[in-house]
Ligand binder design. Structure first.
Ligand code: HPA
Length: 269
């Protein structure tokens, strides 16, 4: 099955299991998974791997459930258990979740992640709105056969990828929220200090191993994208040594703040 047909099938299953319609999808990244319980009332939930094309999670800190959550007046599809390129997945697999969410009718997809901080103004534990990205994976979810009839051509305009409309509304609701450019790499190793110096020179503020391909796939399907990184550590060479547990611990410590930011974001859509 082509990836679009697979996502359409999964979208139907999501609606069957969780009910529709949805006002948005929120993809929870490393360190964000536990936020699901703080966002609002969980109306329905399904294990991710029971839906066509979804994989069971393999990364510590990535749960594997898909839930319909009432966040304020909005009904949100919360997706915990993203799959990454570094697990050996293809770009099509890495974006299957968000394509399915759009196929299920989500007009907006909010992507969250854990990131290394490269901007000294962004502290550990701080959520930062993504203003733009630099895709350094060398990959695109749109490479391969042309999208089937009914889909936009693959030459997608990424000029306003992280929708200015949403960012303006979020900043108005919470003027303390910082913004930054996210550099997406394949990983799973962390970067060298020389690579971090290069990324800073490129204009990136945040570095991580997800999000960029999903943002492209969502935009291509005609839905809006918003993104928020949680700075879980100072990037390589800008603080101490790095380890995955530190990333998870920082996520844990920032739960209250990240839930608040997500609620503000969803209310601003
Ligand atoms: N680099 C890449 N990905 C990350 C980092 C980092 O420092 N922290 C959390 N995810």
């Amino acid at each position: 099955m082509n990836p679009y047909a697979l996502a359409e099938q999964a979208g139907r299953e999501l609606t069957d299991h969780l009910g529709g319609p949805f006002d948005a999808a929120v993809v929870l990244g490393s360190g964000w998974a536990e936020v699901a319980d703080d966002l609002g009332d969980v109306e329905a939930s399904v294990a991710a791997e029971t839906i066509t094309g979804f994989h069971p999670p393999t990364v510590l800190g990535h749960g594997g459930s898909l839930s319909a959550v009432a966040v304020g007046s909005r009904r949100v599809l919360v997706m915990a258990g993203r799959v990454h390129l570094y697990e050996g997945h293809s770009p099509a697999e890495a974006v299957h979740g968000v394509r399915s969410a759009v196929a299920a009718g989500c007009p907006t997809v909010v992507l969250t992640n854990a990131a290394g901080g490269m901007n000294p103004e962004h502290g550990v534990g701080q959520p930062v709105l993504i203003s733009d990205h630099i895709n350094l994976t060398g990959l695109s979810p749109l490479s391969g056969p042309a999208p089937p009839d009914g889909y936009a051509v693959r030459f997608t305009d990424l000029t306003d990828l992280y929708a200015e409309r949403i960012r303006t509304a979020v900043r108005r609701a919470d003027p303390t929220l910082a913004e930054g450019v996210y550099a997406g790499l394949v990983g799973p190793h962390f970067e060298t200090p020389a690579e971090i110096a290069m990324l800073r020179g490129m204009g990136a503020d945040l570095v991580g191993m997800s999000t960029v391909l999903e943002a492209i796939a969502v935009r291509h399907m005609g839905a809006e994208v918003a993104g928020v990184s949680l700075v879980t550590n100072a990037a390589a060479g800008m603080g101490g040594a790095l380890d995955h547990q530190e990333v998870l611990d920082a996520g844990q410590a920032a739960q209250g703040r990240v839930a608040e930011v997500l609620r503000t974001l969803v209310a601003s859509l």
